[in-house]
Structures are given as structure tokens and as C-alpha cells.
Design a protein around this ligand. Structure first.
Ligand code: UTP
Length: 300
């Protein structure tokens, strides 16, 4: 059995971003800079390098900065060109040429599941990837490519999991899993529990923000009632998929345990940690920042 190729990526960016107010009052949180690059650009780069050149952004009330970022900036480009500043010109143009970017509006932020449902007309009957800007995956660890390969092999849907300490599992969606082969990091997901207590968690596998979904998810989302927080939860639809086995009908969920480098930008503290960590690794900023940090830390 062969399954259709994944060519499209969906990036939900219509959340309210309340944990970052007031920065997100007029700007989507996906535009917040990770050192000097908006998180959403890093996510589009990741999709493109996994071979997904068609990107759909699900936007909310503040979609303008997103659209502008992936569009040409004629005035800025001509000023930089006139100055002969090719380096900065390349930085301005970088985001424009990455992928073919499309937009759809989520009228009201009714949850991640509802945001994914807004992609239905664009995606059609093909499998597609979903990438959340809250999680950044290091480009040296090509998780999405692996997930796309697993979908081609097994059909159904594929979700990314990360092993976390028991004390943190209550912060995540958690997957109950069983082995499917020799590789302990490729598993079948049998159930999902949203933010379980440490005692009730069926495993220490947390769901992170990368998914390759079968289009069967759309008809399930259409029927999914609002869950936790009054929002239509993607996790609730994934539970239904996990429970319906035959891959030929779009059911079945495989989990891939990611052991690479991931940076969490979803809340203020982890965002600050991610920015410092990534800046320390940069050739242009790292050496000076590391030296300053050592000195600064010694004064604390
Ligand atoms: P979060 O759960 O992090 O919510 O969404 P949020 O609104 O962005 O942030 P806080 O909690 O208020 O600070 C996870 C992802 O789903 C998108 C968000 O943009 C984010 O990428 N999302 C969420 C939507 O696109 N629409 C929604 O209705 C909800």
C-alpha cells in the first residue's frame, strides 16, 4: 500500500497569545523575534526544508504583520540596494522566497482544532503537516522529514512526542502508547490525555507541536464539541483517530519520540531561555554574549 505524499503545511497563528501581553496586543505571538528572526519564519524554513513548499497560515485579527513579513518590502529593498548593502538585502528577501504562503482567517479563536478545521478548503483530501510556532525544532534534527516518511510508510497520522520528567507532564498533552516494531522511538498511540496529573499520566510522552495529519481529521473536527477551556481541541480529534485503526480509512496515529533539540517559546520564561540559548550558539553574537553572561551570572 502506498500513501499520497505530503506537500502542504498548516501553521495556526490565530491564538490570542495572552501569556505575552502586552507584546501581543497588536502583533501575533508568532512574530516575536527569536534573537532576530520571527518564530514563524523559522517554522516556515522548517516546513520548506522538509519539502513542504505550500504553506497555509491560519491567521486571526492581527494578520497584517504576518502577511507583510512574507511579502516583498519594495521600499526597504530599494534603499538597501542603493546603499549596496547586499547582506541586509538578503535578510529582507529571505522570508519572501521560502515557500508559497497562503492565508485563511479564523474568525474567532475557537481553539487549535478549529484553526486546523479552517484549513480544510485549502488542504482538500491530502495528508498535511501542522507546525506550531510555540515549539522550535533545531534544523540539525530533521523531525518533520522523518514524520513525513513515517506517514508515507504507515498511512494514518503521525504526532511528535517528547519524554519529559514526571513533574512536568501535567503541562502537556500525554500519549498512551504501545510498541510497533524494533525501534522503541516509533510507537502506536492508543490514547491521549490532556494535561494529566503526574499520578494519572499513562506515560511520560508529551505531545509537541508537530503533526502530520490524515484529512480524515476534518470530518472528526466538524463533529468535535468544545472541550477544555471552551475550545475545540485538536487532541480530542486525535483521540478519535487513535481509536479508529485501519489506515486505509485514515485512522491510526503513530508517535515518534523526538530526542533532538527543541526550544519552547510558548511562555515568557521558556521563551527567554530559548533566546539566550540560541544567541549563545550564534557565531556573530555567541562569544561576546557568553562572556558577558558568565560575568553577569557571577554577580547574581
Ligand atoms: P496556545 O494554546 O498556545 O494559545 O495555542 P495562544 O492563544 O496562542 O496563547 P496564550 O495561551 O493565550 O498565551 C497553540 C497554537 O494554536 C494557535 C496559536 O496561534 C498557537 O500557535 N491557535 C490557538 C489558533 O490558531 N487558534 C486558536 O483558536 C487557538
Amino acid at each position: 500500500m502506498t500513501y499520497g505524499a505530503v506537500t502542504k503545511a498548516v501553521i495556526p497563528a490565530a491564538g490570542l497569545g495572552t501569556r505575552f501581553l502586552p507584546a501581543t496586543k497588536a502583533t501575533p505571538k508568532e512574530m516575536l523575534p527569536v534573537v532576530d528572526t520571527p518564530a514563524i519564519q523559522l517554522v516556515v524554513e522548517e516546513a520548506a526544508s522538509a519539502g513542504l513548499g505550500d504553506v497555509l497560515m491560519v491567521t486571526g485579527r492581527n494578520k497584517r504583520p504576518l502577511e507583510d513579513h512574507f511579502d516583498r518590502a519594495a521600499e526597504l529593498e530599494s534603499i538597501l540596494a542603493a546603499k549596496g548593502d547586499d547582506e541586509k538585502l538578503a535578510l529582507v528577501q529571505q522570508s519572501t522566497d521560502l515557500a508559497s504562503v497562503h492565508y485563511v482567517r479564523q474568525g474567532e479563536p475557537k481553539g487549535l482544532g478549529h484553526a486546523v478545521l479552517c484549513a480544510q478548503a485549502h488542504v482538500g483530501r491530502e495528508p498535511f503537516a501542522v507546525l506550531l510556532g510555540d515549539d522550535l525544532i533545531d534544523p540539525r534534527d530533521p523531525l518533520l522529514k522523518q514524520m513525513v516518511g513515517l506517514r508515507a510508510e504507515h498511512g494514518g497520522s503521525v504526532i511528535a512526542l517528547m519524554e519529559v520528567p514526571r513533574s512536568q507532564i501535567h503541562l502537556y498533552g500525554c500519549a498512551a502508547v504501545e510498541p510497533i516494531g524494533d525501534d522503541p522511538d516509533i510507537v502506536r498511540v492508543t490514547d491521549l490525555v490532556e494535561k494529566p496529573s503526574a499520578d494519572e499520566a499513562p506515560s511520560l510522552y508529551a505531545v509537541i507541536g508537530r503533526y502530520v495529519l490524515d484529512p480524515a481529521v476534518f470530518s472528526i473536527l466538524e463533529k468535535t464539541e468544545p472541550g477544555r477551556g471552551g475550545e475545540i481541541q485538536l487532541t480530542d480529534a486525535l483521540r478519535v483517530l487513535a481509536d479508529s485503526t485501519p489506515a486505509a480509512e485514515g485512522g491510526g496515529v503513530i508517535g515518534v519520540v523526538f530526542r533532538g533539540r527543541r526550544y519552547d517559546t510558548g511562555d515568557r520564561l521558556s521563551y527567554l531561555q530559548a533566546v539566550v540559548q540560541l544567541a549563545c550558539e550564534r557565531d556573530d553574537l555567541g562569544p561576546e554574549l557568553r562572556a558577558w553572561l558568565k560575568e553577569f551570572v557571577s554577580t547574581l
